[in-house]
Design a protein around this ligand. Sequence first.
Ligand code: FES
Length: 589
Amino acid sequence: MSQPNGKLRSQDWFGRKDKLGFIHRAWMKAEGFSDRVFQGRPVIGICNSWSELTNCNSHLRQVADAVKRGVWAAGGFPLEFPTISLGEPFMRPSTMMFRNLMAMDVEESIRANPVDGVVLLCGCDKTTPAQLMGAASADIPSIMVTGGPMLKGMWQNREIGSGSDVWHYWDELRANRISEEDFAEIESCISRSAGHCMVMGTASTMTSLAEAMGMTLPGCASVPAVDSRRMVVAEQSGARIVDMVWEDLRPSKVLTPGAFANALRVNAAIGGSTNAIIHLVAIAGRLGIKLPLEDFDEAARTTPLLVNVRPSGKYLMEDFYYAGGLPAVMQELLPLLDRECLTVNGKTTGENYAGAKCHNRDVIRTLAEPLAAEGGTVVLRGNLAPNGAVLKPTAASPHLMKHTGRAVVFEDHEDFKERYDDPDLDIDETCVMVLKHGGPKGAPGMPEWGNLPLPAKLLKKGVDDMVRISDARMSGTSYGTVVLHVSPEAAVGGPLAIVENGDLIELDVEGRKLNLLVPQEEIERRLRAWEPPVRHYDRGYGRLFVDHITQAHEGCDFDFLGHYEGGEELRGNARSWKRRATAHLPSPF
Ligand code: FES
C-alpha cells in the first residue's frame, strides 16, 4: 500500500467526498474514463522517457501500451506521463549535464501526482540512472521496464557494434585504411532497429545493473527491443506493479546495500561501463548508502570477467541474449552474490536465477574458465588523483598497464580539437595525452571526451593506443588505455590543473597508482599560483548545475539531492503525504 494506514495514496485525490474529489474525478473524466476507475483500483503511473529526440527510446510508447494491458488485467488503472528524455547523441553539452534534472523531474512527477505505483520506461544511457535516482527518492512501489538493445549492425557481412565500431572505423578512415564511401555505408548499417546501443556500453550496463539490483523482472534487460518477448515482459511488469502496490514493495526495500554489492559484482563480470560507477554512487546516495570507490576496485579484483561482449569482448548484445542473457550471468555468479536480496517480483535473487541456463559458453563464460581473471573497473590513486580516477583494464592495452611517459597537455577540449592533428605537435606513442577541464564543473557536465582520438600521424604509423588522462568520462562503448574521472577535477583546482607539457606521469594499474613525477615543492608552488576558471553559467539550470554538482567520486549528484534524514517519516506518514499532496493542488478552485 502507498500508506501505512492501508489506504491507497491515490484515494487522497479520487476517493474524496468533497469539492476537491469532484474536481479530480471530473477532470480525469475529460479523458473518457468512467467511475469504475476511481473505485479502489491502484493508479499506476507509467513514467515514459519516450522521445523522437532519443532514438534509443523511440519505441517506448508501444512498450507503454503493453504495460497498460498488464495493469488493466491485474485490476489497476494505468496513466502514462512523460518526463524530460535524454538522447545521448544529440544533447549539448552532454546528457550528463541533465541526468539530475531528469531525476528531479521523475521524483517530483511521481510525488506530485495521484499515483500508487510507477512503471519506469528507460533505455538510453542516462535515462536509466535518472529514473532510478528519482524513484528511489520518491520511494513508492516502482518497477523498471528497460527498452532493450537494438539488433546488431551488419556491414558487408561484418557484424558492427554501436559506438565501438564508430571509434574503430573513424580511426580506420583517418589512417586511410577505408574509404569515405565505406564510412558512409557504415553510417547506414550500424543502427538497424529501435533500442539502445547493442554493445556492453553504458545503456546495456545500466539496464543490466537495474535487473541485477532487482528493479526489473528477471530476464528483462537482455531481450532485444524489437523482439516480441520485450512486450511480454512489459505486460508482465504492468501486472506485477499492481501487486507491488498491495504489498507496499518500495525501492527502499529492494535497493539495499546487498543489492548494490551485487551490482558491483555484475558490473565487473559483464565488463560494464566506467559510467556505471558514477551512476551507482548517485543512486545509492539517494538511499543514504555510501559506495566508496574502493568497493568497485575490490569487486574488480575478486570478480572474473565472464561476458564476451564488446568493447571488452567479441560479441554483441543480441548474441548475449541468445546465450542466456543476464540470467545466465547471474546464475554463474550466485556463489559471489547476496542471494537473499528481495526483488520486484517478490522473490530473492537466489530464487530468481538458480535455474537459469547458458546456451553458449563462448559468450558467457564460467567462473572456472573466465574471459579474464579480473573484470570491472580499477580505481587509481596518487598525487594526480587524490580522490581517485578509474580505468577499465579489459578495454585497455596490456603493454600500457605500467607506463611512464611525457605529458602532452591540452588545456580544454577546444584546445584539443585545434591541435591534436597538427603535424607539428610534439608527440609520439610513448607520450601521455592529458586533457583538462572535462569534469563536472569544468566542461561543464563531464562529457564523454576521455577517449581522446589519437593524432592521425600516429595512427598512420600503426599506433592504436596510448595512455590518455582526463577528468572527463568516456562512452561505455569506448576502449583504450584511458584514465577517467580524475578527482578533484581541474576546474576546482585538482592537481590535474597544474600538469605542464613535458612533466612525467606514472601509470601503474597493478599498483593502482597515478602520479605526477614532479617534486612536491614544485607541485605546491604551481597549486598556489592556480586561478579558478570563469564560471560557465550565470543563470538558469546551468547556474544550478555548476553551483551544486558534486565530484565524480561522489556520483555527480546535486549536493542537495542526497538522502534526506527525515525522508522515512515524510514518505511513511499519511498526514505528511496529504500535506505534500495538497500543497501541489491548483489554486483556482
Ligand atoms: Fe542511446 Fe547509445 S545512444 S544508448
